[in-house]
Ligand binder design. Sequence first.
Ligand code: GLN
Length: 410
Amino acid sequence: MTVCSINKPDMFPEQNQIIDQISESVIREMTRLAEKHQAINLAQGLPDYPCPSLLKAHAQDAIGADENQYSFTYGLKALRDAIAAKLLKRNQLQFEAETEITVTCGVSEGLMATVLALGEPGAEFILLEPCYENYLPAVLLSGATPVPFTLNAPDWHIDFDELAKHFSHRTRAIILNNPMNPTGKVFSTEELREIAMLCQKWDTVALCDEIYEEMVYNEQRHISMASLPGMRSRTVTIMGFSKTYSVTGWRVGYVAAYEALSARIRKVHDYLTVCAPTPLQHACIAALSLPEQYYDDLKRFYYKKCRLFCLGLEYLGFRFAYPEAAYYVMADFRDIFNGNDLKFSDWLLIDKGVAVVPGSSFYFSKKKYSRMVRFCFAKKEETLVAALRRMGRKIFRDHYRHVNKNGLLV
Ligand code: GLN
């Protein structure tokens, strides 16, 4: 009988060289390891607190009301209308719900659909590293060539003369994550303008992942690349519900792009996933009805976590630039540990019970190892304090000189 042998991997020679080039996600692997070792998971960007109850109620209602079948592949019209209104109000972007907005299974799928729609052998995509893990596999799967450009630590500034050298007539797109994971960098208007000029000069698309748009820790509102003069017709804006509403497991995001490009992205999206989960799309309409206060509170909520956790890291002896946005910090551990990022992450996981992401996971050009790790601080304050406490007793003592009875920083 040979029926069972069909499951044996050696029956299938590894023929796909693209897949061979792609590693499994270290971020997701760290979550599995965190569970295995019962460590506090500061690796993957997911909150350990609930989403707003309004969203839960609307999702439950939609399931109860039998909204459980496929939606249109582009997403529910009512959700696309709500997204169009939100883009206008919060991002100064005007996109047509009918032809220019596509609801996807999270930003990850929106990004993949866009890269597959744009990429082909011979085309190049510029990636700014350290960069979020998913971008590289997306480019490779499309058959295109990734072109890495490294931002300068510790403040993650861009050398624009150098960046300009990475553009050519082969450049199909530059992938820009603004605010940026894993660095917490916010691109200034000046920086966005410089990048826009390069896109215009080389007839290149700006592919902008703006999932952290609502977590900018200063008075300024997030600025979308597509809102800059001349950029609407060459920018793809990808946003989502996961982070702003703490529903990372729902997988609902959206892509806004001019009509001709949207039509191409929609084809890929349809064959990838057909549609995003229908009842959750209904709940996302409700999410977009939350008042301005929600977003003000959200900023404060994360800023407080950022301060608490970063002060703790500072006491422990890490070096880093304070995040300007998002909920990660890339911290240099060279003053407190003698070894590379993989060894340090192992030590934190096994000896200290804290899971983080090794910094090298966000680089693919040259560095095999790094002296940085990424922490996610989208956690309850008690989780953050527990993680700091596990990492060092001294820090725990010092930390509590700076907190009041309620556990809040003073
Ligand atoms: N964006 C988050 C991170 O960087 C979550 C990634 C994911 O697993 N989809 O950790």
